[in-house]
Design a protein around this ligand. Sequence first.
Ligand code: SF4
Length: 259
Amino acid sequence: MTADEKTSLARLLFTAGDYLRDGFHLPGEEYSFSDDEAFYPDEPVISAAVPVSADSLETVAAEIRECTGCPLHGERKNAVPGEGVARPLVLVIGEGPGADEDASGRPFVGKAGQLLDKMLASVGLSREKNCFIANMVKCRPPNNRDPLPEETAPCSRFLTRQIGLLNPKVILCLGRISAQTLLKTGASLGSLRGSFVSYHAGDTPQGAMTIPLLPTYHPSAILRDESYKRPVWEDLKLLRQMLIEKDPDYALEAGEGEA
Ligand code: SF4
């Protein structure tokens, strides 16, 4: 097969895959193939095209690192797809990477990230053991400003695919922008936090999902104002109680399950 034939086939497959998965296609992907030099019947032939159905967290992360879908790609050092375990109890969704995250390509590694790790550890959770940590937008908004709707909208296709692949038991949503964007509301975070809501992630490639979602304050809010500590701790206790009800192993570790 020639390089041009492979490029046409790859474009067709990825375009079809995008429409089937997301309902739209963002052009801009560049493909680089070379002509087959020869065909030897005894040697294994490896297809250059990735099957459309073979979506994975690694595929999503690779696409995020190449993405130019909004202006935020222009100044990033590193995109930050997210990290954690592949089958998490909790998917933590923040707003966007900061300077430390942009420099390292990892989510929540600065001061707010260290506080988040402590918050999670206080209820038996960690990104190494039972959480996945991601953001609404995967590239750093300049000067740590809030992500704009024209940035969260094109980026949401990545988060939707991550939610479908991760299938978490619970989503912990950090900060006003994340809560308002995911729940499609203009309500204040103060009125949204303090109870679970049903999040309908109906358009994931894996089909309709309804996941309990708990909004709470972002750890950076606590760093600015300690009075947020108490409501966040109340929310973490709610999270713990929900996980006890949903996961027998977690309940056992929390000392609330049947031995
Ligand atoms: Fe692409 Fe999201 Fe980065 Fe924008 S923020 S360039 S949509 S990955």
